[in-house]
Design a protein around this ligand. Structure first.
Ligand code: A2P
Length: 271
């Protein structure tokens, strides 16, 4: 495993195992993406509701990196799912990003209308606007419902996973069904960085607690999307390929779970 490692999604798409997340990156988005490209990231995770697809697009163009080397994810927002605007919403995202296609398009939350949205995304994939289709914030029950109604399983489910939030039921279901997991807020929005068991492991490897958490997720075959607007942290977060946690250390991390979310609960949200 190294920073260029990719995993195969459906068909032939290859996804880099670490991405820069840009939720709440605001006016710093463009520079953060440029810093990430300099550090070796090739995978950026944005969403229409983050309001920064234009900034991501500007950074892509300014970087001069060939489109084929990049993996860009964006997401379909809830209002567009409810109103049946999947096609229009994707076209708007592509225009803002300045791209002809996205590598991964996700249903952002399991709101009413997600099945129809997914079926429309299957058509948009056939038309070449999307390389892979996935979902986000789907628990096992949502996935079971979706799988019974669509033609192809989602490539990816992007959910909150970090040391204190491990939805093992959903994780196991995704692993059994070969749905690749992506962890949003892998650092628990920064709240997991002072956990003493993690600091102890970090000390042993001369790494930071952020690096240990990201490494733990990768060794559990979970894609990581750490967010930072600081160059030194963006570099630090991808510098995780020169050490390996033992099985005992992975078990210690697994046992930190408290089912404590830092973000909304997919079964109870009101947006
Ligand atoms: P900042 O953007 O100011 O660097 P998560 O990805 O779990 O949501 O965590 C993101 C939060 O953690 C942000 O507040 C980010 O702050 C902070 N963060 C990201 N990387 C690191 C790091 N290596 N060390 C400390 N804090 C970090």
């Amino acid at each position: 495993m190294n920073k260029d490692t990719k995993v195969k999604l459906c068909c032939t798409t290859q996804m880099p195992i670490i991405a820069l997340g840009v939720w709440q990156s605001g006016k710093d988005t463009k520079q953060a993406v440029l810093d990430a490209f300099d550090a070796g990231y090739r995978h950026i995770d944005t969403a229409s509701c983050y309001g920064n697809e234009e900034a991501v697009g500007e950074a892509i163009r300014e970087s001069g990196i060939d489109r084929s080397e990049l993996f860009i994810t964006t997401k379909l927002w809830n209002d567009d799912i409810r109103e049946g605007n999947t096609r229009e919403a994707l076209m708007t995202s592509l225009k803002k990003l300045g791209l002809d296609y996205v590598d991964l398009y996700l249903i952002h939350w399991p709101v009413d209308g997600y099945v129809d949205a997914y079926l429309e995304m299957e058509k948009l994939k056939e038309e070449g606007y999307i390389k892979s289709i996935g979902v986000s914030n789907f628990r096992k029950s949502h996935l079971q419902d979706l799988l019974s109604k669509v033609h192809k399983i989602p490539s990816v489910n992007q959910i909150e996973i970090n040391p204190t939030m491990q939805d093992e039921e959903t994780i196991a279901f995704c692993n059994e069904n070969k749905i690749r997991l992506e962890a949003w807020s892998p650092l628990g929005s920064g709240q997991c960085l002072q956990i003493h068991e993690i600091l102890d492991i970090a000390h042993k490897y001369h790494k930071s607690s952020a690096q240990v958490i990201l490494r733990w997720l990768l060794q559990r075959h979970i894609i990581v999307l750490p967010k930072s607007i600081h160059k030194e942290r963006i570099i630090e977060n991808i510098n995780i390929f020169d050490f390996e946690l033992t099985n005992d250390e992975i078990n210690i991390m697994n046992h930190l779970n408290q089912n404590k979310r830092t973000g909304p609960d997919p079964d109870h949200f009101n947006f």
